[in-house]
Design a protein around this ligand. Structure first.
Ligand code: PGA
Length: 249
């Protein structure tokens, strides 16, 4: 019922030339895939070039972050309108690296989401617990807080939630399908409280060391509707295989 959503988060990787090279090869490999929503989030400097490559393709352009004002004296920041102007359709908000290294709070994440929404951008909102929080049995508490605060006042259109346990990001330590399913089911339950039956329409995607080797078993989980892929999205071959996951029975 839900169309899978698989997104590449390139983080601070790839020059213009590398972006163009990746995309021209990648586009050719995934062009006949109407049953999966595929998104690529390059760094800001590559967005315009990527938009040129991606026009008239089935691949969605996304940004990795956004600021919450439309314009003004905010040195170094990028507004939602600028992202739309570049051809972006979605933006990743609240990635744990932003929360950790740039002190982004739930309130900032909420303001960014609401500004993105106002400009017509889809939002991929990241939530997830640290290892310490998991070991202390606080996983659901963290998810609840991040969802309630981050989504306050945010409408349901083009909303994707990325469950990204921090201990699994870039560590090679993936959540087991059981762990992922449990967290995703909890997230859906909370979304149902916030959005009623529309909760069944949302893609809840998994992020954290997703690879060609583990994607099939993750996608076999009932509430895992896709993936947000960092490291393994940097190579055409591995990201293509992830996009072409096989549904296990
Ligand atoms: P990873 O990153 O796939 O390299 O673990 C995922 C993410 O941070 O979105």
């Amino acid at each position: 019922m839900r169309k899978p959503f698989i997104a590449a988060n390139w983080k601070m990787n790839k020059t213009l030339a590398e972006t163009r090279e990746f995309l021209s090869e990648f586009i050719a490999g995934v062009k006949d895939m109407p049953d999966v929503d595929i998104a690529v989030a390059p760094p800001f400097t590559s967005l315009s070039a990527a938009a040129e490559n991606l026009s008239d393709t089935n691949i969605i352009l996304a940004a990795q972050d956004v600021f919450y004002e439309d314009k003004g004296a905010y040195t170094g920041e990028i507004s939602p309108l600028m992202l739309v102007d570049c051809g972006c359709k979605y933006v990743i908000i609240g990635h744990s690296e932003r929360r950790q290294y740039f002190q982004e709070t739930d309130n900032i994440i909420n303001r960014k989401s609401s500004a993105a929404r106002k400009a017509g951008l889809g939002v991929i909102m990241c939530v997830g617990e640290s290892l310490e929080e998991r070991e202390a049995g606080k996983t659901f508490d963290i998810l609840l807080r991040e969802l309630e605060k981050g989504l306050d006042g945010i409408g349901p259109q083009n909303l994707v939630i990325a469950y990204e346990p921090i201990w699994a990001i870039g560590t090679g330590k993936t959540a087991t399908p059981e762990q992922a399913q449990k967290a995703h089911a909890y997230i859906r339950e909370r979304l149902r409280i916030l959005y009623g039956n529309r909760a069944d329409e949302f893609c809840i995607i998994y992020g954290g060391s997703a690879t060609p080797e583990n994607i099939d078993s993750l996608m076999a989980c009932e509430d895992v509707d896709g993936a947000l892929v960092g490291g393994a999205s940097l190579k055409v071959e591995s990201f293509t295989r992830i996009v072409k996951f096989r549904k296990e029975q």
